[in-house]
Design a protein around this ligand. Structure first.
Ligand SMILES: Nc1nc2c(c(=O)[nH]1)N[C@H]1C(S)=C(S)[C@@H](COP(=O)(O)OP(=O)(O)OC[C@H]3O[C@@H](n4cnc5c(=O)[nH]c(N)nc54)[C@H](O)[C@@H]3O)O[C@H]1N2
Ligand SMILES: Nc1nc2c(c(=O)[nH]1)N[C@H]1C(S)=C(S)[C@@H](COP(=O)(O)OP(=O)(O)OC[C@H]3O[C@@H](n4cnc5c(=O)[nH]c(N)nc54)[C@H](O)[C@@H]3O)O[C@H]1N2
Ligand code: SF4
Ligand SMILES: [Mo]
Length: 897
């Protein structure tokens, strides 16, 4: 069949890049950036560019509905009808017996708007519970509460064009270079065009984003409120407040002024652990700039005072009148592709559709009328937000949960409790595109969902822009689109709960669901009454609001200084600075920061299939400042137990001056499919912000202890089908004191494990799983006295894999040979003790062109510029995600010279 190109949107981050999917109708064969999409104008980052590769294989996909027939049994394949009936029966039984609040829905900012809308309608309109929350609670909810409190409505006032128009950029708790790469490319270009533009980065770590700043405020974790108040104190003192703006468009300034009197820059700087002069410089730049734009993300939101942090930052904008103009405003960067869409349809436990409030009787009536249900069906009580929802499940107050498009057994804080909750629930339904995640392991019923490229709908990106998502190929196996699944269960549940009544789910076609959704927005701040699929198809992605009669959406909100509050004035807030929920102490002396890697996405069900996305950060690691390590007698590579009051995990130590003393950093991605634990959330903090209920995922207090694990295993295997192996290896990983699974080179699966003593049976199971039985292709060397076993597999004259157990000396050298893939030279016996030491770790900095750090350093030492690196080595010339790192390496070289 001829190649077809389908216009769609990237399914990863909130930048919302447009893509053109190439397919032959059955398979996705390529993906490129859509030159016409206003978010990216053709650019994609490494994750976006890898979309075709990650969609290339169905291995590991959830292909058929599965069900446990008894509590103890393993799940078995069932027909769709049986699975759907069972979900409906199970939910109806529990609702009848214990009421609607005994069931819960946990959904996702990665669902399409239409599917999100349907889930919300099912929970609130059919079941009659507000127990529907989402992973956005872990992500955006502090930004939502702050926007509503300050401006009277949710959503950013800004747009992407402001990136180019700003003269001063304040990045607060955002590592945009990794997390929003294509927008970061736009910022880099804008800075080249306007060299006097200033960048201030507020982050306890020296990230790639921070390394490019004109001013990096490396604050103590959690101290942002003190910093912003200190800056405002200076602005007031120096007469940099825009008194006219404050008088005309705001309220509450007097009270705030009284509060920030207590935050003189010197004191604020002390709390933050930075120089007073740096705080003052930041305030000066921000206050005096013709246009200041702040970009913020999880460093502010994921905090027990996340709303306060957002509000204190918004105060700076209101006080200086830095908003409502090109290049100025507080811009919350959304993480997931449809974090915004979820907020629009009210798909959370604390809101109703189209920015309506649960506690508002009129709002409930609007929604009930629209859906055609008695208003009494809509609960007037807020539902359970994420962390509380799983606590209620553990306590048995909630008995059934339906999880869709999220992996809470990896991404929620305090995993030991989450697992306990899922294990004791009466009914766990999981709807995922992949069969093996830390959460699907708990599913009584697994519903296979169509994934990206396989379904239709819309998503809204960080700048309120709605884009179409289109299907290029059919879903594999019996997977079905999320909205179809919701509709099927909803109709069954309606029949059981309200026999004879008309269905609210007579259609689930995306375009009709979109029409239903947009009708609910009419007259609201996010009015998209004038937007439908036809307009999107004709004119391309559009921003909201776009009321009936408007030709295009609105780029900037509040340009006239009128806000969405009752009296039209924006509100200042005066929160006091409070430290993180958990103090560091002699017992738990470190703060564990968590966050993202450049090339991985969350629980890695998609990005963790591709070797090229491992190259930049091949293995899990705990980053510690070299001085902290030295004082404790720790060396790089040591296996450390990291524990908090809640739980523990084991990670190899990496020395890094990107973290400051007293803080540690670990990526949030690794989980039970790749590690012997659930990852960082074994230890993280479930304390939540009192207003947004967002947990403090970034600031747990922890201690570390070095483990002595003499029994080591390294196994590597060419042509490994990682997703298929993972399903079988996960229990083996869990049985070791440390284990990590990853990909290297083109196709090499790598497993490293460590334990206090030899695990004989375990090893036999591993050899069987990896098909390493001895035979003509597999040579063995063993020394039982020394507890050593080595097997090497051959394919023709090439190495095809190996397992070294007991003593792993030489394993890294052999892995290099395996990855290189060259014909083996000399005696095969030499493979058991390969000659030469392994080269020191040499990371791939540029994933697109596979350029390693050593090659870049060499060229820089020879005097190459960034431009010469690009033309000579090719690095930084394709997606550009490595450019910040190239600049950083160049700066380090310049400092050396
Ligand atoms: N590559 C990649 N990109 C992604 C994602 C992904 O998984 N991978 N996920 C997407 C999603 S859902 C999200 S929400 C975004 C997140 O995007 P970001 O929020 O930019 O990413 P994080 O790494 O979680 O955290 C940002 C920074 O906050 C800093 N930080 C920690 N504590 C504090 C503090 O107290 N104050 C301040 N000022 N900073 C602090 C951390 O050191 C970190 O560098 O990324 C999106 N983009
Ligand atoms: N410690 C710590 N924890 C964190 C964070 C942190 O910074 N630190 N960040 C938090 C943040 S901001 C976020 S957003 C969360 C993210 O956490 P999760 O929501 O758990 O993230 P994902 O791994 O992306 O989960 C998405 C799931 O949906 C599946 N899926 C993919 N496509 C589809 C589809 O089309 N339909 C269905 N039904 N399923 C699909 C995927 O296989 C995957 O299992 O993690 C949070 N947890
Ligand atoms: S920046 Fe990268 S991950 Fe984010 S939407 Fe664009 S291509 Fe996708
Ligand atoms: Mo997120």
């Amino acid at each position: 069949m001829a190649n077809i190109e389908t216009r769609s949107t990237c399914c990863y981050c909130g930048v919302g890049c447009g893509v053109l999917i190439e397919s032959d109708g059955a398979r996705i064969t390529g993906v490129r950036g859509d030159p016409e999409h206003p978010a990216n104008f053709g650019r994609l980052c490494g994750k976006g560019l890898s979309l075709a590769a990650s969609a290339a294989s169905d291995s590991g996909r959830a292909l058929y509905p599965e069900m446990r027939l008894t509590r103890e049994a393993a799940r078995a394949r069932v027909a769709w009808d049986d699975a759907l009936d069972s979900v409906a029966d199970g939910f109806a039984r529990i609702i009848r017996r214990h009421g609607p609040d005994a069931v819960a829905f946990y959904v996702s900012g990665q669902l399409l708007t239409e599917d999100y809308y349907l889930f919300n309608k099912l929970a609130k309109g059919v079941v009659g519970t507000n127990n529907i929350d989402t992973n956005s609670r872990l992500c955006m909810s502090s930004a939502v509460t702050a926007y509503k409190q300050a401006f009277g409505a949710d959503g950013p006032p800004t747009c992407y064009d402001d990136l180019e128009a700003a003269h001063c950029l304040l990045f607060a708790g955002s590592n945009m270079a990794y997390a929003h790469p294509v927008l970061f490319r736009r910022l880099e270009a804008a800075r080249d065009a306007r060299p006097d533009c200033r960048w201030i980065v507020i982050d306890p770590r020296c990230t790639d984003t921070a390394a490019m700043a004109d001013l990096h405020l490396q604050i103590q974790p959690g101290t942002d409120v003190a910093l912003f108040h200190g800056m405002l104190h200076h602005l007031i003192w120096e007469g940099l407040v825009n008194a006219d703006y404050v008088a005309a468009h705001t309220e509450g300034f007097a009270e705030l002024k009284r509060l920030v009197r207590d935050y003189p820059p010197k004191m604020a700087a002390e709390i933050c652990g930075i120089r007073e002069s740096d705080l003052v410089t930041a305030a000066e730049w921000f206050g005096r700039s013709p246009a200041s734009l702040s970009l913020y993300s999880m460093g502010l939101n994921q905090s027990s005072h996340g709303t306060d942090k957002n509000l204190a930052l918004i105060n700076l904008h209101l006080a200086t009148g830095q908003l409502g103009r090109p290049g100025a405003g507080p811009f919350s960067l959304t993480g997931q592709p449809n974090a915004m869409g979820g907020r629009e349809v009210g798909g959370m436990a604390t809101m109703l559709a189209a920015h309506r409030d649960i506690g508002n009787a009129e709002h409930r009536l609007d929604v009930a009328r629209h859906w055609g249900v008695p208003v009494s069906r809509l609960s007037d009580q807020a539902g359970l937000p994420a962390v509380a929802m799983f606590e209620a499940l553990r306590q048995g107050r909630v008995k059934a949960i339906w999880i869709a498009c999220s992996n809470p057994a990896h991404s929620l804080p305090n995993l030991p409790l989450v697992r306990e909750a899922l294990a004791c629930a009466e009914l766990v339904v999981v709807q995922d595109a992949f069969a093996h995640t830390d959460t699907t392991a708990f599913a009584d019923i697994l519903l296979p969902a169509a994934g990206w490229g396989e379904k239709e709908g819309t998503v809204t990106n960080s700048e309120r822009r709605i884009s179409r998502v289109r299907a290029a190929v059919p879903p594999p196996g019996e997977a079905r689109r999320d909205g179809w699944i919701v509709g099927e269960v909803a109709r069954r549940l309606e029949t059981l709960l309200y026999p004879g009544a008309a269905s609210l789910f007579s259609h689930t076609d995306p375009d009709r669901v979109f029409d239903e959704h947009r009708a609910l927005t009419v007259g609201r701040d996010l009015d998209i009454g004038g937007l439908d699929y036809a307009l999107l198809d004709r004119t391309g992605p559009q921003q909201w609001p776009l009321p009936v009669g408007a030709a295009t959406g609105l780029a900037r909100r509040y340009t006239d200084g009128r806000f969405a509050t009752a009296n039209g004035r924006a509100r200042f807030h005066a929160p006091s600075y409070l430290p993180p929920a958990e103090n560091v102490s002699a017992h738990y002396p470190f703060r564990l920061l968590t966050g993202r890697l450049r090339d991985q996405w969350h629980g890695m069900s998609r990005t963790g299939r591709l070797p090229q996305l491992f190259a930049h950060s091949p293995e899990p690691a705990l980053q510690m400042h070299p001085e902290d390590a030295e004082r404790r007698g720790l060396a790089a590579g040591d296996l450390l137990r990291v524990s908090s009051k809640r739980g523990q995990l084991v990670l190899p130590l990496a020395l890094s001056d990107e973290v400051m003393r007293g803080t540690l950093f670990a990526a949030m991605h690794w989980n039970g499919q790749f590690l012997n634990s659930g990852g960082v959330n074994e230890a993280s903090q479930p304390a939540v912000d009192g207003q947004s209920f967002q947990p403090e995922l970034k600031h747990a207090a922890v201690k570390v202890a070095k483990l002595d694990l003499p029994w080591r295993v390294t196994a590597a295997l060419c042509d490994g089908d990682l997703p298929a192996l993972q399903a079988r290896l996960a229990p083996l990983l869990a049985a070791c004191d440390y284990a990590a699974l990853g990909l290297a080179g083109q196709d090499v699966v790598v497993l490293r494990a460590a334990h206090t003593q030899a695990l004989g049976d375990w090893l036999l199971r591993l050899l069987a799983t990896l098909a390493f039985e001895t035979g003509p292709a597999v040579l063995e060397y063993r020394d039982d006295r020394r507890g050593m076993l080595k097997r090497v597999r051959w394919q023709g004259d090439r190495l095809a894999g190996f397992v070294f157990a007991g003593d792993v000396a030489g394993a890294d050298r052999l892995l290099e040979c395996l990855v290189a893939g060259a014909p083996w030279q000399g005696s095969r016996l030499a493979a058991f003790a390969p000659a030469g030491a392994a080269a020191p770790r040499d990371r791939v900095v540029c994933q697109c062109k596979e350029v390693r750090e050593s090659a870049i350093r060499q060229r820089l030492a020879d005097g190459d510029s960034i431009e010469q690196l690009k033309s000579g080595l090719g690095c930084g010339s394709v997606c550009g995600s490595c450019l910040p790192e190239l600049k950083r390496l160049a700066a380090a070289q310049a400092a050396l010279a």
